[in-house]
Design a protein around this ligand. Structure first.
Ligand SMILES: Nc1ncnc2c1ncn2[C@@H]1O[C@H](COP(=O)(O)OP(=O)(O)OP(=O)(O)O)[C@@H](O)[C@H]1O
Length: 276
């Protein structure tokens, strides 16, 4: 169980995350939705301590990871992998080396830099790539891959960390609908097969509904909805996406406005029909 208690992050007068309390059971896939600036990225960045909280606790398996430092913090970051909208691969390195950097905590920084990886570690990395149908690109430079391929390599890199939690910050925001589907399918498969908790920031409700067990809606740093996507009514959606209906339609990017006012009907990622 990941227990977030009274978590806040302030940037001067801006309350980016404001007193958030949420418990996430092991193995759950959670979608965090909200308009730009709602605090989604800041919340995720605090979870793996890329950002330090102003206040609050993040309890995981008996320790407050909001307060740890040094080697313990490195260990936490290895247990709590993160992928990003812009993939964050090293473009000039080949794919397999990018994936192997996910072993840095297990392997040690110096030998990682010198690329001293054992055959077993290389096999593990290839296996991770294979799960993402990317092993054929192992020797290719990362910057020769498409965005969707790079995100799959980033997921493979996260997998070789052997994480307990995978944080995904807008993982499909830079992708076309077909690649978005491939990446979301991969995250859901990993969540279900490996029982890794996945917490995923998403712009649209549709994607959260399609893939996540649970949806958390944020607005102005606060949690304004926490539950099943099918229970999200127009009133709550207004809280999440703002009162202006024109903003609301834009933010949703896909959901038929006529469906509002009742629990919203499922549609495809970003409103485009996708081959299943
Ligand atoms: N390093 C920072 N310094 C100052 N303000 C920040 C910083 N990071 C975030 N903020 C502010 O905190 C608020 C929440 O930002 P955050 O990026 O967490 O929102 P978000 O929901 O992830 O938005 P987006 O979907 O656009 O990424 C915003 O008002 C933002 O301007």
């Amino acid at each position: 169980m990941l227990e977030i208690k009274g978590l806040s992050k302030h940037f001067a007068a801006t309350k980016a995350v404001d007193d958030v309390t949420v418990s996430i059971p092991d193995g759950q896939m959670v979608g965090i939705i909200g308009r730009s600036g709602a605090g989604k990225s800041t919340l995720l960045r605090m979870l793996n301590r890329l950002a330090d909280p102003t206040a609050g606790q993040i309890n995981f398996k008996g320790r407050d990871v909001a307060a740890i430092k040094g080697r313990e913090l490195l260990k936490w970051r290895s247990e709590c992998a993160m992928i990003f909208q812009q993939f964050n691969l090293v473009g000039r390195l080949d794919v397999i080396t990018n994936v192997l950097t996910g072993r840095m905590y297990h392997h040690g920084f110096a030998s990682s830099m010198l690329k001293f990886y054992s055959p077993a570690e290389r096999a593990f990395a290839i296996h991770a790539l294979d799960r993402l149908t990317m092993s054929h690109t192992a020797t290719q430079r990362a910057d020769t891959l498409s965005g969707g391929q790079q995100q799959r390599v980033a997921i493979a890199r996260a997998l070789v960390q052997e994480p307990k939690i995978l944080l995904a910050d807008e993982p499909i925001a830079s992708l076309d609908p077909m690649n978005a589907k491939v990446v979301m399918d991969a995250l859901r498969t990993i969540n279900q097969e490996d029982q890794i908790t996945v917490v995923c920031n998403l712009h649209t409700l549709d994607t959260a509904r399609r893939y996540c067990d649970r949806v958390i809606g944020m607005a102005a740093g606060k949690v304004v909805f926490d539950g099943n996507a099918d229970d999200l009514t127009m009133d709550v959606a207004r809280d999440i996406y703002g009162a202006d209906l024109s903003d609301f339609t834009e933010e949703m990017t896909s959901t038929d406005i006529s469906a509002l006012g009742k629990p919203l009907a499922p549609t495809a990622i970003d409103g485009q029909a996708l081959a299943s």
